[in-house]
Design a binder for this molecule. Structure first.
Ligand SMILES: [Zn+2]
Length: 317
């Protein structure tokens, strides 16, 4: 009978879940609505239904589940598995002990970790970062998350909140972030920021029939067609991201930077421009030395990171 990990990746729209081995192979995966904007009860019931489904799948596939690994937005208290700070895309998760919810369904060891940390771990071991010793990961989606993996280990910081990079400022007089503070990179380079800025520019520039973009993907498409509000919004995002990446390279000097998340695909058309702008800003000693790579695992990075993370815990106990 094969042994495997039950993994969850909680997002604002979907709860992804599946079964994988501790060396990062995903055997089975599925997703369902997470109820991310809803109440604690909605999120808990999504977890419980998914756990039940995977318990049955494991029996059918002759797999023994040995541990549960969960990725969630927000900072995670390592002892209790509770999320703290703020989590604008899944607000009800703050204060929630995901470990307790799972233990009602399954009596297995549970580990909870920040989702961007897990995505970085997945990419560092099995994706674009394989072979690099220190990997700085960015996840560009509705928001902007980050992680840092050194020698195959997640760097969590003193409070489990390291690499909350979306909320680092590139301009103390800058745009107000969703968290209420000025100049945060999330307010410039994330999907929601690009969408919001393009819609503002349509009004500011006096477009009679504004397109009112519902998300960032059509903004990137419109920018390629030369639609001015989109061109400016994307150009500002690339500029802001280059400032941020140059700062991170100066501070951390990672072996490589990996950019993932759904919004990364929009930036692919601007990759050389982005790298050039980073090179213009970074310290002389580091100019051109840090590869900036697109992620390779797509939306599975978090799941791969989750099963790897569970394996690391069980081997160190
Ligand atoms: Zn912020």
């Amino acid at each position: 009978m094969q042994k495997a990990i039950l993994a969850f990746d909680l997002g604002g729209t979907y709860l992804k879940y599946g079964i994988g081995t501790t060396d990062g192979e995903i055997i089975h995966h599925a997703k369902r609505d997470s109820g991310g904007k809803g109440s604690i009860e909605t999120i808990a019931s999504a977890f419980k239904a998914a756990a039940l489904e995977m318990k049955e799948t494991a029996v059918r596939k002759n797999i023994t589940l040995t541990a549960v690994s969960i990725g969630t937005p927000g900072a995670v208290d390592k002892k209790t598995g509770a999320v703290f700070g703020s989590s604008p895309n899944v607000p009800a998760v703050v204060g929630l002990s995901l470990q307790d919810i799972i233990r009602e369904e399954l009596s297995l060891p549970v580990v909870v970790e920040n989702d961007a940390n897990l995505a970085t771990l997945g990419e560092a071991i099995k994706g674009a970062g394989a072979g690099y010793r220190s990997v700085l990961g960015l996840t560009l989606g509705t928001g902007l998350g980050g992680g840092f993996v050194f020698d195959g280990n997640i760097y969590r910081g003193a409070h489990g909140s390291a690499l909350e990079i979306g909320h680092s400022s590139i301009d103390y007089n800058g745009r107000i972030c969703n968290c209420g503070k000025p100049g945060h990179i999330e307010a410039y380079a994330s999907g929601s920021a690009i969408m919001k800025r393009a819609n503002e520019l349509e009004i500011e520039l006096g477009f009679d029939s504004p397109r009112k973009f519902p998300k960032s993907k059509p903004v990137f498409q419109a920018a390629l067609e030369g639609y001015e509000p989109a061109v400016i919004a994307v150009s500002e995002a690339v500029d802001a991201l280059s400032v941020f990446l140059a700062n991170m390279i100066n501070i951390v000097d990672p072996s490589c930077i990996i950019i993932g998340g759904g919004v990364m695909f929009g930036y692919l058309d601007y990759w050389d421009e982005l790298k050039g702008k980073v090179a213009d800003k970074v310290a002389d000693s580091l100019t051109g030395k840090t590869p900036i790579l697109p992620a390779e695992l797509g939306n599975m990075a978090g799941m791969v990171g989750a099963v790897l993370n569970a394996g690391r815990l069980s081997s160190s106990q």
